[in-house]
Write a protein that binds this ligand. Structure first.
Ligand SMILES: NC(=O)c1ccc[n+]([C@@H]2O[C@H](COP(=O)([O-])OP(=O)(O)OC[C@H]3O[C@@H](n4cnc5c(N)ncnc54)[C@H](O)[C@@H]3O)[C@@H](O)[C@H]2O)c1
Length: 436
């Protein structure tokens, strides 16, 4: 046992450790590059053929991954993408970064993780170190993943090591990256935690160990639930300020001048992305099985998912003031991805806004410098170039996402009404602008 453990440590130290990253998405691709930057060689296993071949050609599909860097890394054979799990026979470390979405009934869909676990099990070898990095509910690693690996006959903490370590990447964040964001980890056994910490300490400035995989899973879900609940709170404050005829942005900015005891969150058109709208439901689902109702999570989910409707009501009222109906109006959505300066459209509230508007008979168009097209309800939508001609034809523009690379001044000059869900017109006084 000691042999295996010490050999792993040596490989980590002298950079001969071979790593496989499973799932080259928003999490797995930047992580693979970080490993390469630290001197390791990585094989990425990606089942989406298009993504796999893009990586092998050095084309990036993730904003935070620089295309030139990816090309260099691929050309120097430090990163290769494959779709065949048999390569796992020859690696020392495996990082699982596959999706953990919700099913139709909002129950966790853990099938990607289980599918990967089954595939790893076929090739599991003595001396391998495995990290699960996908976000999931407490108990997943210990109750579901470990038993699959144990079917190989190998012994946890002796023959192989299993650690849960949640990725905390924040796409588009220019200050915090993989290296300077502290990493949480917890192993199944003490040895698992120790070797996991030893590995990540080579790559990341600060590694925080917790007592178990369950605890590490819970830490990640707490972080995302904290965001969901606080965003729900300010979204409700926005609804209340609307009734009170107050500017919610002024209220929040003023409250944030208090140097202690207050943390700033802003309202918006609804939650989006693969994490905040999804992860808290993993926890509430788990708690249901323990006869407990996670009330904050449910309430936050309700309020956040009502925000698209609130935005549409603002549009309706504003058009009404101009003696226009939503039916037949031309409405331009600015920014369709869920987050500023990121092209990720998963779970974006834009789609709810678009659906509601179209059901009411509006003609909806969009402009997004980062999303050239998308398909919704089998229809393809294409981003319109932002020009005076387009803006003059519109009855209303809605700032859904506040990307940097958009000419907001032209929108203000040429559009009849603007619904500003992100306070981009904070410094402008104009009757055209209707804030959230
Ligand atoms: N996106 C974020 O900002 C973020 C941040 C922190 C944590 N997470 C968590 O990380 C996990 C991954 O998220 P993501 O945003 O990278 O998802 P993603 O969809 O961008 O990437 C996942 C990749 O895994 C691939 N894949 C799926 N099944 C596979 C299989 N069996 N074998 C090989 N490849 C497979 C998919 O094709 C996809 O390319 C999720 O659990 C998510 O909650 C995401």
């Amino acid at each position: 046992m000691n042999d295996i453990y010490h050999r792993l440590k040596e490989k980590i130290k002298d950079r001969t450790l071979k790593i496989a990253v499973i799932g080259l998405g928003y999490v797995g691709l930047p992580l693979s590059l970080e490993f390469v930057k630290n001197g390791y060689t990585v094989i990425g296993i990606e089942k989406n053929e298009k993504r796999m071949s893009m990586v092998n050609k050095g084309y990036s599909y993730v904003e935070d991954v620089n295309g030139d860097l990816l090309k260099d890394v691929v050309n120097s054979k430090k990163l290769i993408a494959a779709d065949d799990y048999s390569v796992l026979k020859n690696v020392d470390c495996i990082n699982i970064c596959v999706p953990t979405p919700l099913g139709k009934t909002k129950a966790p869909d853990i099938s990607y993780v289980l599918d990967v676990a089954e595939n790893i099990q076929k090739y599991l070898c003595r001396g391998q170190l495995i990290f699960l990095e996908s976000t999931t509910y407490p108990g997943t690693t210990r109750e579901l993943v470990l038993p699959v690996f144990e079917r190989s006959g190998l012994k946890i903490g002796k023959d192989f090591f299993l650690v849960y370590s949640p990725e905390r990447i924040d796409p588009g964040n220019k200050i915090y990256n993989i290296k300077n964001t502290p990493r949480i980890l917890g192993g199944i056994t003490r040895k698992c935690t120790k070797i996991g910490k030893y590995f990540y300490s080579e790559i990341i400035d600060s590694v925080v160990e917790v007592t178990s995989t369950d605890a590490a899973e819970m830490v990640k879900i707490l972080e995302n639930t904290f965001r969901s609940v606080n965003i729900a709170l300010v979204n409700e404050v926005a609804i209340m300020c609307n009734r009170l005829n107050l500017n919610v942005w002024e209220i929040i900015d003023s409250a944030s001048t208090k140097p202690f005891g207050y943390m700033k969150f802003y309202p918006g058109p609804g939650l989006g992305g693969h994490c905040i709208p999804v992860d808290p439901h993993y926890l509430s689902w788990k708690l249901k099985s323990l006869d407990y109702r996670a009330r904050f999570i449910e309430l936050a989910g309700d309020i956040n998912s009502e925000m698209p409707e609130f935005v549409v009501n603002k549009i309706t009222e504003s058009l009404n003031k101009q003696k226009k109906s939503v039916n037949g109006s031309k409405i331009l959505l600015i920014g369709v991805s869920y987050k500023k300066d990121v092209g990720d459209i998963r779970e974006s509230p834009t789609f709810d806004i678009l659906n509601i508007l179209e059901k009411k008979g509006a003609l909806v168009y969009y402009h997004d410098p980062l999303v050239s097209s998308f398909v919704l309800n089998k229809d393809e939508y294409k981003s319109k170039p932002l020009n005076e001609n387009l803006l003059k034809r519109m009855d209303c523009a809605v700032i859904v996402t506040d990307h940097s690379n958009v000419n907001y001044k032209t929108i203000l000059d040429k559009t009849k009404i603007i619904i500003d869900t992100r306070n981009v017109y904070k410094n402008y006084k104009s009757r055209k602008v209707v804030r959230l």
